[in-house]
Design a binder for this molecule. Structure first.
Ligand SMILES: *Cc1c(COP(=O)(O)O)cnc(C)c1O
Length: 395
């Protein structure tokens, strides 16, 4: 093959500039490494962007989802309707509270939970809908919000993959009672590790601020008494956690938020290159956001057409990796993960659309700054791997 890359093209890579370095270094030199001004500033930037009253920074997207469920009073005996086609954390957090995730199958176009099936799954035990923008696609979020309102239960938006994306002009994170972003290094922006709850609900925000800080009382907007001043540093009102975001991470987050539009523009340019380059490639289903969607693009995940097997897909991923092109099987179904199968007896065939899609999807390298040549190498390698499968089938 003539166009094999001489350098590795990773699956993802954070977009870090001098601005991030400066702000992190300045914070390091400030001696204020936790509960300080950077977390406040990062929260304000995200709240303003999403157009909500409160943002509560925390140690991970998972921690943010966990606290959101707890703040909504979800616990043992409750059911939460959610999707099996997601990163495992969106379901694990339901189990952390003692509640049960009730999975529904997905829509094969959006890859998000099928709204009709969500509605059909709601019982009097259902305490919330936990919706996920799979690969950052916000389709149906407005519909989920209507269903939640009709049944008088909260919609929780796991928008960990959708920062900066809008549907009908509305920001992801603002569709439900609360939204949760994640800042792991493969997301649109990163804090190394980190997460953020966004909400208009005063009580939810206050409860989350207390939960992230060992259950301490919250005084004013986000501020917590520091012992030396208020004497209540060792006063704990509820069973809390240490889910705080460090100042160094928040500094990174502030710098990333200040560059968000630039980062999104860069990601959109890469997506455009893929769309253009993929035009002639057969046997692939490409992402298809609705016309009223503005994508900030989390990943670029394509799917082999029906007829391709999981084994063929896995060999294609291996083939890409062997040629230094990052690729992964986003997402294996949650209900078929060993822990879920063992604990709940889920079996193959429980959610046929999610399973069928999951056997044929593959994530391609996607990060801001990818060049046209990178995209060309990725797609050319993918084409070769697909035709290799076709040849071995005929043999
Ligand atoms: C990234 C992500 C999370 C949170 O992940 P953390 O690693 O805990 O920050 C949750 N849900 C989805 C769908 C995600 O993609």
């Amino acid at each position: 093959m003539s166009a094999m890359p001489h350098h590795e093209i990773p699956l993802s890579k954070p977009d870090i500039s001098d601005h991030e370095e400066e702000l992190v270094l300045r914070t390091l030199r400030s001696d204020r490494l936790s509960i300080g001004p950077m977390v406040d500033r990062f929260e304000s930037l995200v709240a303003e962007r999403v157009g909500v009253k409160h943002a509560v920074a925390c140690s991970s997207g998972t921690a943010g989802l966990h606290m959101t469920l707890l703040a909504l009073g979800i616990g043992p005996g409750d059911e939460v309707v959610t999707t099996p086609f997601s990163f495992i954390a969106s379901s694990n957090v339901i189990l952390y509270t003692g509640a049960i995730p009730v999975f529904v199958d997905i829509c094969p176009k959006s890859l998000n939970a099928d709204p009709a099936q969500i509605e059909a799954a709601i019982t009097d035990k259902t305490k919330a809908i936990l919706a996920v923008e799979a690969f950052g696609n916000p389709e149906h979020m407005d519909t989920y919000a209507r269903i939640a309102a009709k049944h008088e239960i909260p919609l929780i938006e796991d928008c960990c993959e959708a920062l900066g994306t809008t549907l009908g002009g509305k920001q992801c994170g603002s569709f439900g009672r609360a939204g949760v972003f994640g800042f792991y290094p493969n997301k649109q922006i990163t804090t190394g590790e980190g997460g953020m709850i966004v909400t208009d609900d005063d009580r939810l925000a206050d409860t989350a601020r207390s939960l992230r800080n060992h259950g301490r009382a919250v005084q004013g907007r986000g501020a917590v008494s520091q012992g030396s001043t208020g004497g209540s540093w060792l006063h704990h009102e509820r069973l809390g956690f240490n889910y705080r975001m460090p100042e160094l991470s928040a500094a990174l987050g502030v710098a990333q938020m200040e560059r968000l539009d630039q980062i999104i523009a860069s990601r959109r340019a890469v997506a455009e290159m893929y769309i253009e380059r993929m035009a002639g490639v057969t046997d692939l289903v490409l992402p298809s956001p609705t016309d009223d969607t503005f994508m900030s693009w989390f990943v670029y995940v394509v799917r082999l057409s029906t007829g391709y097997t999981r084994e063929e897909r896995d060999r294609i991923i291996q083939g890409l990796r062997m040629h230094d092109v990052g690729s992964s099987d986003y997402f294996p179904c949650i209900h078929l993960q060993p822990f879920y199968q063992n604990a709940f007896g889920f079996h193959q065939g429980a959610f046929p659309i999610a399973e069928s899609v999951s056997a044929r999807t593959l994530a391609l390298p996607f990060f801001s700054g990818m060049t046209k040549r990178d995209v060309d190498i990725v797609v050319q390698t993918l084409e070769v791997m697909i035709s290799r499968e076709n040849l071995s089938r005929r043999a």
